[in-house]
Write a protein that binds this ligand. Structure first.
Ligand SMILES: [Zn+2]
Ligand SMILES: [Zn+2]
Length: 340
């Protein structure tokens, strides 16, 4: 049950305040140096966003088509690494992948700088387990339902929760990731991947333009600006997609579908369906719902790069809709014949 009644709210707030969203007995604490690192990687890309327009206007040659290409290239790699890799594959097992693809997806996701794979998976699985209840690492409803409380909750769900001292225990929520030698190594090597995520666009920018300015611009646009974009789109799923939007599917939380985020989030903003049926490879299951991640999975499936894909079954999806009249909007749905 979502936290909606007054009694639940009071209980929830006292539990949130007294023992932390994540029980501190079972979990380790986030240390200060890690908090500072997270702060740097939250604030620095944001500062770059603020500086972007003046720099592009006043510094000649600082924003060129090469930089547009670098933003797009690294955006697709890292956002795809999150949606296909971290989320649909590693967290939910929406398909199976051979070792090389598994490693590729883990590295691409790590390059989004949203934390190491094992911790991301653990946090997200816990989010599904306790969605919008006490125990959810990032529910926007944790402070209550008044406008002020939801505004505070939105900030917390978007970015505030990253600084929560109590960490979701990996051994409890992501033992499969921890047990995989390749993935353990990639999680351990996260600082190196983080550096590569910023330095690779700089290297490419420098080599393509054969100039130091090109390298600096590559670092700025393909590195920092792209990191900010991917960060805030992913975090919007945690904040916006649990408050605004529509809820056509039966789910036990307040997850919602937000159409204007669908393209930017590569289909992740069909979040209400995702909570109603979390292991599906496609989240945009209604006609007209764009889901670029699902398209890429389909393409990879046809190239035999992934197998055992959990595609939605139209009749099952239809049964999860609150309003039966909407069933004809489900892709591939065939209404049962009424004739005898
Ligand atoms: Zn959610
Ligand atoms: Zn999920």
């Amino acid at each position: 049950m979502p936290i909606t009644s007054e009694l639940e709210l009071t209980t929830a707030k006292s539990t949130f305040t007294n023992s932390g969203v994540r029980g501190q007995n079972e979990e380790g604490l986030l240390n200060n140096s890690m908090k500072i690192t997270i702060a740097v990687f939250v604030i620095l890309p944001l500062v770059a966003v603020i500086a972007a327009v003046p720099l592009a206007i006043f510094l000649g040659g600082f924003f060129t088509w090469v930089d547009v290409g670098l933003i797009l290239l690294f955006w697709v790699i890292t956002a795809g690494g999150i949606t296909l890799g971290y989320h649909r594959y590693f967290t939910h097992g929406a398909f199976k992948a051979p070792r090389a693809v598994k490693i590729g997806l883990a590295i691409a996701g790590s390059m989004a700088i949203q934390g190491s794979l094992d911790q991301w998976v653990a946090d997200h699985r816990k989010h599904h387990q306790f969605s919008d209840e006490v125990g959810d690492p990032h529910s926007p409803w944790r402070y209550g339902t008044s406008k002020r409380a939801v505004a505070k909750g939105l900030y917390y769900a978007h970015v505030g929760w990253l600084f929560d001292e109590a960490q979701t225990p990996i051994e409890q929520y992501a033992p499969d990731i921890a047990a995989d030698e390749d993935l353990r190594r990639i999680s351990r090597f996260f600082p190196g991947i983080l550096a590569a995520s910023i330095l690779l666009p700089a290297l490419l920018g420098g080599l393509i333009t054969w100039s130091w300015l090109g390298a600096l611009a590559g670092l700025f646009w393909g590195g920092l600006i792209r990191i900010a974009l991917v960060h805030h789109v992913t975090w919007s799923i945690n904040s916006i997609c649990h408050v605004f939007g529509t809820r056509p599917f039966k789910s036990r939380d307040l997850s919602s579908n937000v159409s204007w985020l669908a393209i930017l989030s590569f289909g992740e903003s069909w979040h209400n369906l995702h909570h109603a049926d979390p292991t599906l490879a496609r989240h945009g299951v209604l006609k007209g719902q764009m889901d670029m991640s699902a398209r890429v999975i389909r393409m990879m499936e046809s190239m035999k790069l992934v197998t055992d894909v959990r595609w939605p079954k139209p009749q099952r999806i239809a049964s999860k809709l609150k309003d039966p009249a909407m069933r004809r909007r489900v892709r591939g749905y065939i209404a049962p014949s009424t004739s005898i």
